[in-house]
Design a protein around this ligand. Structure first.
Ligand SMILES: O=P(O)(O)OC[C@@]1(O)O[C@H](CO)[C@@H](O)[C@@H]1O
Length: 455
């Protein structure tokens, strides 16, 4: 378990890896380049000194092993629900997950999907237009290959007989929420009588940002327990907030006379979703918008991402707590949902596609149009940030506006703790200082960004 106040424990990871793993044959065979990602290039596992390489050599194989093991563990439960026939289904699924793991470790090909998902054709068209030599895990852009892996897992389940709608990450997400109860309570206590002003709103944005430290995919599923009073922490962490555009975000909402809609492009369930709900509650209570819409994932995604059943589960989980503060809050959030002030957005497979956001207008015009109606769109977390920047090694001082490459449906902001080796919009000289302190500062989740771009 990690404490939310401490940096993530994978410091030194890229360096340690070269000491502990004998990758020489693999690297030669697959043309791996022993460098960091060159400037102005798509990130890829092709570069040995990148987080993408570590992700495919170590992190994702470990995630797949976790999925296979937990499915085997859930067998009894699944037997009760589906009967004895499910046994062969489980065995086959576990085998296919393990095959996928081996395939990644051998730099296999990204092949067309053969399932009957509603996004299958879109995925296959996407793969089809990738140059042939880039259709492998280590040669493709990291974003494409990693999204492909999660979609591939979903495909394995989709083609099974009984497990097609089974959320294989559900237990982990629920455990994460349970482990966060103390932190949730502390936040509830600190926010029941908050004032309507810029400072409070900015504090809640920061609380929401740091809530993103708790995703499970970064640790291949290992639980992280947020502890301590997260509201106190917000101040302490101000030095780690490298860009703070919270004032501009406040202005963008404040100027709309409460008539606007806020779209949250969600990231993780558990504690992070809780902080999304707390921010949304404030937005509605203080009349900053008439509706907050939650955009969740249509398939199990990056272990801890929110799906619609997680949203409902979380409200009920809060409502069921013995502590009256949390149970009242849970009931209130349910009421806000019933009244339509909180709304789950229609499910969009775009969020679980490999597409960078600058291509949204072209590949999903109706979604772009919906976001254009919003007063503010809030993108949560590291993966959404990678999609905003197109998984590209921008110069770290390039402006956020430039890096969005024209993606500007509306006022938008990003709340992102830095967990991958790409960033933009930093003041001159800052990244050099951070590199001098720790060569892997971008992988620790210690630092955060709140960046804003106006319409
Ligand atoms: O989007 P999130 O939950 O903040 O982070 C997801 C994440 O763990 O997965 C990505 C790649 O595996 C990393 O970039 C990132 O650290």
């Amino acid at each position: 378990e990690l404490n939310i106040t401490e940096p993530r424990s994978h410091q030194g990871i890229l360096r340690n890896m070269s000491l502990t793993q004998d990758d020489a044959d693999f690297d030669v065979k697959n043309g791996i380049i022993d460098s960091e990602t060159p400037p102005h290039t798509l990130l890829a596992a092709l570069y040995k000194q990148s987080f993408a390489y570590y992700t495919f050599r170590v992190r994702l194989p470990s995630t797949l092993e976790t999925i296979a093991n937990s499915l085997a563990k859930d067998k009894d439960e699944l037997l009760t629900v589906h009967g004895a026939d499910v046994t062969s289904d489980i065995e086959q699924t576990v085998n296919e997950i393990r095959e996928l793991r081996l395939n990644i470790l051998q730099n296999g090909n990204l092949l067309a999907f053969t399932d009957n998902g509603s996004d299958t054709a879109v995925w296959n068209a996407f793969l089809e237009q990738l140059p042939q030599q880039q259709r492998t895990y280590f040669r493709a852009c990291w974003l494409y290959a990693e999204c492909y892996m999660y979609r591939k897992v979903s495909s394995i389940f989709l083609t099974s007989k009984y497990l097609a709608s089974y959320d294989y990450f559900s237990k982990q997400k629920q455990t994460a929420a349970q482990l966060s109860l103390d932190a949730m309570l502390a936040v509830a206590r600190g926010t029941r009588s908050s004032e309507s002003n810029a400072a409070t709103f900015q504090q809640l944005l920061k609380l929401n940002l740091w809530g993103n430290r708790c995703d499970l995919s970064i640790t291949s599923g290992k639980q992280i327990k947020p502890t301590g009073d997260a509201l106190d922490l917000v101040k302490e962490l101000d030095d780690n907030l490298l860009v703070d555009n919270t004032n501009a975000i406040w202005q963008s909402l404040h100027s709309a006379n409460g008539e606007g809609i806020v779209e949250i492009i969600c990231d993780n369930a558990g504690y992070e979703l809780y902080t999304d709900l707390i921010l949304a509650e404030y937005i509605i209570d203080k009349g900053l918008a008439k509706k907050v819409r939650f955009n969740v994932k249509a398939i199990p995604w990056f272990i801890s991402d929110v799906m619609s059943h997680d949203y409902h589960w979380t409200l009920q989980f809060l409502a069921d707590q013995a502590d009256p503060l949390l149970s009242e809050l849970g009931k209130k959030l349910k009421r806000l949902t019933d009244e339509g002030k909180f709304e789950l957005a229609p499910l969009e497979h775009f969020w679980t596609s490999p597409y960078e956001f600058y291509r949204m207008a072209e590949v999903n015009a109706p979604l772009y149009e919906r976001l254009s109606q919003a007063q503010l769109v809030i993108f949560k977390g590291d993966l959404n940030y990678r999609k905003l920047l197109g998984d590209y090694s921008w110069n770290d001082t390039e402006s956020f506006d430039t890096c969005l490459r024209g993606f500007k449906p509306s006022n938008l902001c990003t709340l992102r703790t830095i967990k991958a080796d790409l960033v933009c919009g930093l003041p001159q000289g800052l990244s050099q200082q951070l590199f001098a302190k720790n060569k892997e500062w971008m992988l620790t989740g210690e630092y955060g960004l709140i960046q804003f771009a106006s319409k």
